[in-house]
Design a protein around this ligand. Structure first.
Ligand code: CMX
Length: 132
């Protein structure tokens, strides 16, 4: 792993939450985008050495909606930046880690992403993220 790239935070209403980050905390908004593959609308906030990714569900079938129903708003995942995501996935598989997909998928910002099952990571959902 290179370093933590971002921390994902599940929110019910992105527009309602954004001013807390930009105005109250005074952190710059980098961009807002819709990630079709994950059915989420996300905002990236510049938190200095890492980013904060606010995630709002776009339908009731996706992982963020389910998370909000079960646990409420809060930290959803931690994403590591990696150089070669397929190589990292193979290494993790060999070490017995359960991945949530066989192949990386397109994520926010044009990155390729893959997730480690929280059951394999002591209750934490980790993401691997390779910038293209
Ligand atoms: N962090 C920690 N644990 C989590 C979790 C999370 N974010 N989400 C679910 N879990 C836990 C649940 O608490 C549950 O544990 P228990 O069995 O002890 O109760 C277990 O995982 C299963 O949870 P579930 O609610 O039944 O949900 P599913 O099994 O349907 O899905 C998961 C869980 C992690 C496999 C699914 O959320 C997933 O595939 N996530 C990866 C994709 C994703 O999160 N996409 C969102 C957008 C990301 C982005 O664009 O950056």
């Amino acid at each position: 792993m290179k370093k933590v790239d971002h921390i994902g935070i599940a929110v019910r209403d992105l527009n309602a939450v954004l001013p807390y980050y930009t105005d109250t905390l005074g952190l710059p908004l980098l961009k807002i985008e819709e990630v079709a593959s994950q059915k989420v609308r996300v905002a990236f906030i510049d938190a200095g050495n890492i980013k904060i990714e606010l995630l709002e569900p776009m339908d009731e079938q996706n992982a963020i909606f389910k998370f909000l129903e079960k646990k409420g708003e809060g930290i959803h995942h931690i994403a590591f930046g990696v150089d070669n995501i397929e190589e990292r996935m193979n290494e993790l598989r060999k070490n017995g880690v359960q991945l949530l997909s066989d192949q990386p998928k397109p994520g926010a910002g044009g990155a390729m992403v893959a997730f480690l099952h929280p059951k394999s990571s002591n209750g934490v959902l980790y993401e691997l993220c390779e910038k293209q």
